[in-house]
Structures are given as C-alpha cells and as structure tokens.
Ligand binder design. Structure first.
Ligand code: NAP
Length: 286
C-alpha cells in the first residue's frame, strides 16, 4: 500500500511556525489582519470562509469580513477593495472567485494592492510566479502543493512531474513553481493526447481538473507520488478527488504515495493563506 500523505502534519507544522511569527509581530506592535471579500453567498465560499475564520482565530490573526450582496454591483465591490487597500491595519486580502455574473473580475483583481494580494489573483503576483522575480504571492493552493512535497521530503529536483489541469489558480502556477525547483514539468489539459501514458511516465503527478474519480489504474504506475488537488462530489454525494483513490492505491504500491480527498491538500491551502498574511505583515514592518 502507498504512503497516505495527510494534510494534518503539514497543517500542524505550519501552525506552530505561524504562532511564533504572530507572537513576534505582536511584540513589535503589528497586529496581523486578513480581509475576506465575498460577493454573494456561494456555499463553497461560505465553507472556505468558516475554515479561514477558525484558522485565523486559532493563530491570533484578526479578520475583517467584507460581505457584498450579490446584486450590489461592481462599484460596491471596488469600494470594498479600495477600503482594504487604504487600511494599513490589513496586510492581506482573500477575494472569493469566481465572482457572480455581471462583475468584472479582472478589474477587481487588478485593483487589489499587489502587496496585499496574498492569493496571487493579480498580474503582478502571477508575474512573480512566472519569472521567479519580484515579491508577489503564489496562489495558495499551488503553494500548498509545494508545502506537501517539502513537508513529506519528496525530492523535486530532476524529477519528471506531470501536472494535469492548466488553470491560472492551480495548474499553471504549480507547474512554474516546480520548474523553478528544477523538476522537468509536463503540463496537461483536456486536449492532451494519450494522457494515461503521459501520466504513467511521471515520478510525481499533480491532479487539478475537477473531474470526480476520473483517473484510474491505467493512469498510474508503481512508486509515483500523486497529489490530488481536485475537490469533487461523487455519485453518492461524498467528497472525492480527481483520482479513483482505491484504483490508484492498488497500483502505486509500497514505494508510492498519494494525498486523500478530503484530508489531503485542501486544508493546507488555508494554512498557506495564513502564512502569506504573516509574510505580508512582516514585509510591512521592514
Ligand atoms: P478549472 O479552472 O475548471 O480547470 C480545470 C482544468 O482541468 C483545465 O485546465 C482543463 O483543461 C483540465 N481538464 C478538464 N477536463 C480534462 C480532461 N478530461 N483531461 C485533462 N484535463 C482536463 O479548475 P481549477 O479551478 O483549476 O480547479 C481544479 C480542481 O481543484 C477542482 O476540483 C477544484 O474544486 C479544486 N480546487 C482545490 C483547491 C484546494 O484548496 N485543494 C482550491 C481550488 C480548487 P482545459 O484548459 O483544456 O479546459
């Protein structure tokens, strides 16, 4: 059986380090604070928001919630972002996306002060991820994948990595971050030919497509490390990843490893969000 890479040990380690950093910041007169900007009330957003609020509370990070009615319109959203930008007591901001229909998402992302863009939604942050230069933050889920690999001592340099999914939120940034760490990266998508064979060739597979249990035994081989970022609901209404977990488990063998869904990469994303708030708060102090 492969090693099951749970998120909890990584979350615990990040929490311990964050608690120390919060104490140091407070000793230096800085109260770290995170803003959440939410338009409407999508169940996914509310669920992530509850987790973020709990996590911030447990670390002593203040939280300012900007709730905007779904029909309030672009001006109300831009006003909230201006408020976040102007408030020197807020160091980081998470804005839930996708925004409801009728909102100009690009304008909203670009309006956020890049120094507070801790989830990498603006172009400045993505430029940092793609060039390896500058100060922007990587999208938290992409960064969480790296935390998992590093936390479990999975070596990256020289490894063949296949990333399935090319969104700007996960697939592309994680591919760039792995490239920066000297992996040999193949970025796959819905038009990739012979995907199972491409996947089998990898040492590390990152799945981020949002297709419930879509990748079965033919996509994996013994000894691979599989990071399953997908968060889906299966036919029975249960949370599941992109991999068919049981089928993958049977193929990966004792030298392989896989993240489960839930209890895998998902929770680490929130820890990375908090880490980024503290990075931003420390930068403000300098
Ligand atoms: P997305 O924007 O919908 O992108 C999906 C990607 O998957 C696209 O690049 C698409 O290819 C590719 N794809 C779709 N069907 C495919 C197929 N048959 N074969 C190969 N590639 C295929 O999704 P996302 O926002 O990146 O999210 C992906 C998953 O991660 C979702 O399950 C989401 O819930 C989850 N997620 C998890 C976290 C976390 O914290 N763990 C955070 C955010 C999202 P094309 O570009 O060719 O269309």
């Amino acid at each position: 059986m492969p090693r099951i890479l749970l998120g909890k040990p990584i979350i615990d380690a990040l929490k311990a380090r964050s608690l120390e950093r919060v104490a140091l910041l407070k000793n230096n007169g800085v109260d770290p604070a995170l803003a959440i900007v939410r338009v409407g009330a999508r169940p996914d957003d509310l669920s992530y928001e509850r987790t973020a609020i709990k996590r911030a509370e447990s670390l002593g990070i203040a939280l300012r919630l900007f709730e905007i009615e779904e029909d309030a319109g672009q001006d109300a959203l831009m006003k909230a972002i201006d408020e976040v930008n102007a408030d020197s007591g807020i160091q980081g901001c998470l804005m839930f996306r996708p925004l409801p229909k009728g909102y100009d998402e690009e304008a909203a992302c670009e309006a956020l002060d890049p120094r507070k863009d801790i989830d990498g939604i603006g172009r400045a942050a993505l430029a940092r991820v793609f060039t390896g230069r500058g100060e922007g933050f990587a999208p938290c889920t992409a960064a969480a994948c790296l935390e998992m690999l590093d936390g479990y001592d999975v070596s990256i340099e020289g490894k063949r990595v296949v990333v399935v999914g090319r969104s700007l939120v996960i697939g592309r940034p994680v591919a760039m971050m792995l490239l920066e760490r000297n992996a040999t990266v193949t970025l796959c998508h819905s038009r990739t030919a012979n995907l199972p064979s491409v996947m089998r060739d990898a040492d590390i597979v990152v799945l981020a497509t949002g297709r419930a249990k879509a990748y079965g035994a033919d996509c994996f081989r013994e000894g691979q490390v599989v990071l399953d970022v997908g968060i889906n609901v299966d036919a029975d209404g249960n949370l599941c990843g992109d991999a068919d977990f049981e089928a993958a488990e049977a193929v990966l063998g004792e030298h392989g490893a896989i993240t489960p869904v839930p209890r895998g990469v998902g929770g680490v994303t929130t820890s990375v969000l908090m880490k980024h708030v503290l990075d931003a708060a420390e930068r403000c102090r300098q």
